[in-house]
Write a protein that binds this ligand. Sequence first.
Ligand code: ZN
Length: 372
Amino acid sequence: MPSNKSKPEETPLQNVRLADVLHQSRAQRLIQQALVSDRFPHAFVFHGPDGVGKEMFARAVAKLLLCESPQTVGDTKDSCGVCRSCTLVDAGNHPDLHLIFRQLAAHHPDSSVRGRKALDLGVDVIRHFVIDAVGLRPTVGPVKVFIIREADKITPAAQNALLKTLEEPPETTILILVASAADRLLATTRSRCQLIGFASLPSQFVAEQLTTLVDGIGVDQATLLATLAQGSLGRAMTYAQDGFAESFGEIAAMLSGLDRMSAANHSKRLVEMAKDSANNYKSRDKNLSDAAARREALGDILGAMATWYGSHLHAAAGRSQPLPGLRSGIDPESAARSIDAISDAESRLSQNAHAPLCIDGLMFELASVAVF
Ligand SMILES: [Zn+2]
């Protein structure tokens, strides 16, 4: 049988205990409460922005549940980090920790499933790697833990297939669904799980982490990327990898010199930038659909634009922001109207509006707001 132990991509923050997950005090409190309660829930949804530590936390919970000598400090439980089980979890080789992700489709026994692009978590993958596996006894540990990455991409059919498992899993099974937005899951799925929300990380923490994790990144650039990533370390890492600080510099230059004459050219350039960035997303994830890659890329660019205008509001309120290319004299009211225009464009794009037309319209609107 094909193994689902093919290693997921390594992250530098893999070997963690619960105590190592910082700035998620609410999630920490809820999980500690669950650990001491008589009925530890069998199914969780960890939800919140991407790149804030949800999966890391899920791994730390799994490590604790599988640990051979769990520690208690005060009223906080954690894994020991050194037993055989903890070592296996850290190495990504624990037979009772099942990480479920879209790309497992490539390891499905049915060749027609293997041949499909894994755009979502379909019923075949969920059935084979979760529902069938839940029935088996744990191999070495006291329990089996299933962590489902990108659970908001489980298709409705697959969620329906999973309902019974979520409702009555064997005593020895814990399921953790990791999702960026819980409301993308069916209400029937949500109601069978304990929901634990995760918050955005403080920008300063993200910047500090970037300077440790990314070779050669300066403090200014780390601070800029942390601001643009809005509390997501994962996103900030992607930005560092893609040289997004440079793109932001270009966007800032465009916005500072924006007028009706230049709007069309800038709009063309933004669409080109989005295409390049979408290609980066696709090269990282071969199973990402064109539409999803474009959405990510446009989201980054519009987010950067909103951050640029937002920094004018901060500056006007006397809270300085370390963003380059601020146009002196743009008044807070124009900045606020520009941010509204950007968020309208975002919602049009999320309803599949034609991107070049939408960006064109937005740039002309921003150019008109900027006339004062
Ligand atoms: Zn241990």
